[in-house]
Design a protein around this ligand. Structure first.
Ligand SMILES: Cc1ncc(C[n+]2csc(CCOP(=O)(O)OP(=O)(O)O)c2C)c(N)n1
Ligand SMILES: [Mg+2]
Length: 616
């Protein structure tokens, strides 16, 4: 007879989660490092009680905002190379919908995240309950249906035994490198508390390993043939290289064949910046070295990348009419983009097999040599814009230089939105794989601080440096208090240019008037003088405002010694961004306008559109 144990659905769920294990560096560790929770009536009595029972094996953490908790969970998973992850629970209603943005972020970035929002009563007796949205036309709809388009797997648990197949599917999705993304299990409030006789076997410990798919023989043969014919080969390294931890294999492959590499935002730090074949950032925010090669390349091996518009210069960058893309990717959806020859495989496995099959291939010596020359030229240009300065309002690039000098390549640096992603992509000299943590799939303002906390929880021995603009800081900063509470110290560098600097520049670039971006250009009675250092201090952080790049460097040296979250604020110039490198980005300019600047921008826009390779 099957042995059973009588538990509530919530108790079964938490017990199951606490028994899921994985291997990291030869050590068995729990897949779920913890559950972030803000309780309300939708989860406090049911799931809350169950979490209390397992608090030793599966710790519960409380933060201040559901979206931020999910950001922390996502960053934790990213910094753990998707091998470990966290769950997040909220009440029914606003707590749940606060997590929808984060679900979308995890969906775009292909990062594992388990969302456990409370849901309305399955029995519907007390309807409408507090926070129930009530659809007039559909009795099965609740606020949680918002998660459907941004979940890889969505389920609503309306009976306690449903959690058994639901959790099996949950683990299948969260641990699959190709499917990986957010899972939402909407937990009806009454069902959380309902008991069932669960089979004991359901709670047996399970050890998950990373699936490393090997290439199909025919796909491999086609990719090898294309590469063998290449006169101007180029590798694009995307986030898949980092998640697969394939840096060593990438380095041996390109070193043997003399193929230059360029990196997407997600793939930056695949190779150290100092590697002579690493041309670094590609695309809209790319280096001149990488973009010059991209424009000419004939065979492009795109490894673990979604090929989003910033990488492809809105599909105008790769201009060789005879080019062939090879899509080395775990996900066929990505592997077949832009008529690529698909090579569906794990990055490490795929690169190893390509290297073995291409033993005798070498890229033409001139191509490799020119690439290296281009890199040196770029390095000189980058050194100019990041060097020390006495300017009273330094540029973002000068701040980046100072952070680099003060923190070194060992630190993990994290950013998400504003002018920083572009400047960081171009200018940050990354060290070890994963030390460059950009959330640039969704580029979500407000990811930064909570993300820094999650990254620090994954890498407690690393210095985590969060780079953030005043706009992002004001949008979501409450987890500074959580980082202090939990004793997870992060370093935050806040660049205050008094507004949305990058969007203001984009507005100007598209012929628009300065309008509604910088604080001075908004409707206002009084211009706020925000004391960010005082604000951060009030949340428990150590903080200071510095008046120069030199002061910033010494403040960061002090921050390194602190054992508490430290915020360093510096005023920056909103109008400067690095001119060297870069490429066109498709942002649609109005076809008719009363402004002559817009008309000019439109003419320029139409000329650039001609470079786009439709259907190519
Ligand atoms: C949640 C969210 N809302 C809006 C945007 C659009 N957006 C991108 S950057 C930006 C301004 C960011 O301002 P700040 O953090 O001060 O950085 P800066 O541009 O000044 O460098 C805006 C509004 C976004 N990316 N995310
Ligand atoms: Mg700003």
């Amino acid at each position: 007879m099957t042995k059973t144990i009588r538990l509530t659905m919530a108790q079964a769920l938490t017990r199951f989660l606490s028994r899921q294990m994985t291997m990291v560096d030869g050590k068995k560790v729990p897949v779920f490092a913890g559950v972030w929770a803000i309780f309300g009536h939708g989860n406090v009595a049911g799931l809350g009680e169950a979490l209390y029972q397992v608090r030793e094996e599966l710790p519960t953490y409380r933060a201040h905002n559901e979206q931020a908790m999910a950001h922390a969970a996502i960053a934790f998973a990213k910094a753990s190379f998707r091998q470990r992850m966290m769950a997040v629970t909220s009440s029914v209603g606003p707590g749940a919908t606060n997590m929808v943005t984060a679900a979308a972020l995890a969906h775009v970035n292909r990062l594992p995240l388990l969302l456990l929002p409370g849901d309305v009563f399955a029995n519907r007796v007390p309807d409408p309950v507090l926070q129930q949205v009530e659809s007039f036309g559909d009795g099965t709809v609740s606020a949680n249906d918002c998660f459907r388009p941004v979940s890889r797997y969505f389920d609503r648990i309306t009976r306690p035994e449903q959690i058994i197949p639901a959790l099996a599917r949950t683990m299948a999705v969260l641990t699959d490198p190709a499917e990986c993304g957010p899972v939402t299990l909407a937990l009806c409030q009454d069902v959380q508390a309902e008991a069932y006789d669960y089979p004991e076997s359901f709670f047996e410990e399970r050890v998950w390993t990373r699936r490393r798919q090997r290439p199909d023989r025919d796909e491999l043969a086609a990719a090898v043939a294309a590469l063998k014919s290449a006169k101007k080969p180029l590798v694009i390294a995307g986030g898949g290289v980092i998640y697969s931890q394939a840096s060593k294999e990438l380095a041996s492959f390109v070193e043997a064949a003399g193929i230059p590499v360029c990196e997407t935002q997600g793939g930056k730090s695949s190779l150290p910046d100092v590697h002579p074949l690493n041309m670094a950032a590609v695309g809209v925010t790319g280096t001149s070295a990488a973009n010059r090669l991209a424009q000419e390349a004939d065979v492009i091996l795109a490894v673990g990348t979604r090929l989003q518009d910033f990488t492809t210069g809105s599909w105008a960058l790769f201009q060789n009419a005879e080019k062939t893309f090879i899509g080395l990717n775990v996900q066929p959806f990505d592997a077949t983009k832009h008529r690529a020859l698909p090579l569906v495989a794990d990055a490490r496995e795929g690169l190893e097999e390509l290297a073995a099959a291409l033993k005798d291939y070498r890229a033409p010596i001139d191509w490799t040599g020119n690439a290296k020359g281009g890199k040196e030229e770029w390095q000189r240009a980058a050194a100019k814009v990041t060097g020390p300065t006495n300017a009273s309002l330094p540029s973002d690039a000068q701040v980046i230089g100072a952070v680099q000098r003060a923190m070194g390549a060992q630190a993990t640096v994290l950013h998400a939105a504003g002018g920083l992603p572009g400047e960081m992509h171009k200018l940050w000299q990354a060290g070890a794989p994963g030390s460059y943590h950009a959330e640039y799939g969704f580029s979500c303002m407000g990811y930064e601080i909570a993300g820094g906390l999650g990254a620090k929880m994954a890498k407690p021995n690393d210095e985590v440096v969060v780079m953030i603009g005043d706009g992002s800081y004001l949008m979501l900063n409450s987890e500074i208090a959580t980082s202090v509470m939990l004793g997870h110290k992060i370093n935050i560098v806040l660049l205050d240019n008094r507004g949305y600097g990058c969007i203001n520049r984009l507005q100007m670039g598209t012929g628009g008037a300065n309008f509604n971006n910088l604080l001075k250009d908004t409707k206002h009675e009084v211009l706020p003088e925000i004391d960010f250092a005082a604000h951060a201090r009030s949340l428990g952080a150590i903080s200071e405002k510095v008046a120069s790049i030199a002061e910033l460097e010494s403040a960061l040296a002090r921050a390194k010694q602190n054992d508490r979250t430290t915020v360093v604020v510096i005023d920056t110039d909103p109008l400067i961004s690095t001119e060297d490198g870069g490429f066109w980005w498709d942002v649609a300019v109005p076809e008719v306008s009363a402004r002559s600047q817009v008309n000019d921008a439109r003419r320029n826009y139409e000329a650039k559109q001609k470079l786009q390779r439709v259907g190519d």
